[in-house]
Design a protein around this ligand. Sequence first.
Ligand code: GLC
Length: 527
Amino acid sequence: MASVWWQHGVVYQIYPRSFQDTDGDGVGDLTGIHQRLDYLSWLGIDAIWISPIFPSPMADFGYDVSDYCGIDPLFGSLADFDALVAAAHARNIKVILDFVPNHTSDHHPWFIKSRASRDNPKRDWYIWRDGKAGGAPPNNWVSQFGGPAWTPDAATGQFYLHSFLAQQPDLNWRNPDVRTAMYDALRFWLDRGVDGFRVDVLWLLIKDAALRDNPPNPAYVPAQAGINRFLSLYNADQPETLDVVAEMRAVLDRYSDRVLIGEIYLPLERLVAYYGKDLRGAQLPFNFQLINAAWTAPVVAKLVAEYEAALPPGGWPNWVLGNHDQPRIAARVGAAQARIAAMLLLTLRGTPTMYYADELGLGRVVIPPAAVQDPWEKNEPGLALGRDPSRTPMQWDAGVNAGFSSGPPWLPLDTNYRSDNVEALRGDPASLLTLYRHLLELRRQHTALNSGSFRLVGVEGNVLMYDRVAADERIVVVLNFGDSAQGVSIAEKFSGAAVLASTHTPRHIELGALTLQPNEGLVLLVS
Ligand code: GLC
C-alpha cells in the first residue's frame, strides 16, 4: 500500500456518551471506549474519531467547550485519555479528536471575561455589536438551532453572536490572539499523540466583516428549520476561512502523519475548495452527499461521478453515510438497502467514515417526549429535527441495558436490543455486522479497494456498477438499489469472476447471465 493511513484506512465515529459506560451513570466514558477496543480491532477499523470529551456544561453535549485542554470528569481524566491513546495505538488504531473552534461554551473563562466589560482584553475574542433602534438584533442572522443568532447581554448592553445555542458564543476568528490560543490547543493534543482532528463546522468560522443581512431564501417553507429562512451568504463560507484552514493544517504538518478532517455542509463546488490551495487545506473535507441523496442507482452514480470529477488533482476522496447529527442510514433506506449502503461505503474510492452502531443496523429509535435531550429538538419542536434517535446507546449484548451501562442510559435503548446486539450478530454469518467485518477485511486485503482507481461501469435500471483497479487486480462492484430482481447485460465481461462478497450469502453467480436478487450487492474479483 503506497498510501498513508488516513487514505487506505477506515474511520469509525464514536459518540462517547453512548458507546460504553463503566461507572454506572448511564453516560459512556473513556474507560468504556478503552474496554471496547478489542471489538473495534475485531471489526477491522483503522481509526476512531471521538465526538467532544472536553470539559463542558453539556448544553450541546460537549459541542460547548469550556476548556480546550482537559477532559470532562463525566468521561474520565487526562490519565484515562492517555491510557486510551496508548491502548489504541498498541492495536494500530489511530485516535482523532473533535475540535470545536467556531464557538466556546458561555462558561469558558474567555467568554466570562469578554462579557464582563466593553474594554476587557478578551472583549474582541467574541463578536459583540450594538442592537438596532428599538432593541432589535444587529442583523437578521438565524441560529442553526432556530431563533435569532444574537443574544443581548445586560452587563454591557450589547448583543453577542451565536451560530448555535445562546450558550455557544461564536469566537472572533478575525482576531489573531484567538487563532494563537486555538492553535496552542491543537498542539496540546498533538503533543499527547493524537493522530488528527475532525473540525466542527469548519465552513462557519469567519463571518462577513460588515455583518450584512442575509438575503431571504425563496425556497423556504415553514416546515423547515428556521436556519433555512435566509441564504447563508454572509455568515458562512467566507473566503478568509480558507486561510484559517491552511493555518490549522500548518500546525498539524509540524507533526508527522496527522490528518485534518473538516465538517463542511456545502455544495460540491464549494466543498472541494477546502482541500486548499496546493492541497494545503483539509486532507479530508467531509463529503456528505450520500446523506441527502435520493437512494437510487442513477442518482448515486451521478453524484459519485460528479464528486470524482470535482476533486482537485491529488485530492483524496472520502465518503460518509451518517453521523450524530443525521438520521441513521438504516432509518433512511431500510434494513435491506443498509446492506447495499455498507457495500457502497466500503468499496468506493476514498476514506470511509462509519458511524457507531450502523454496523448493527440501528434505525430511528423512538424517543418518548419526556426523554428528549437534544437542544435543537427543544428549540424547534415538531419539525422532526431532533438528533436523539441517532444517538442511542450501543447494543453490546442481550443483558441489562444491552451491556451499555449498569445504570439507566441517558437515552433509551432501541427495543430490538435483545436480538440486535454485537454478541448475537457477530456469530450470525448472515448479519449486517458480519457483512461489515467481511467488507472491512476485503478493503484491507485488496489494494484495488483501498487505493485503486475508480471507474463507473454503468447503470442499468436500478443497478449501479463500478470497478476498482490496481496494478494486478480488477474488482467489480454491482449494487441493486431496487427491491426487484434485475438482470445485468454487462455480465459477459465478468467471465471468470469470483464472488468476494455478497449481501446475500451464500451466493454463486452464473457467468454470462447475471441476475441480481432484490436489494443484492456483489463484490467480484475479475481476472
Ligand atoms: C456540528 C456538530 C453538532 C453540533 C454543532 C455545534 O454540526 O456536529 O453536533 O451541535 O456543530 O457545535
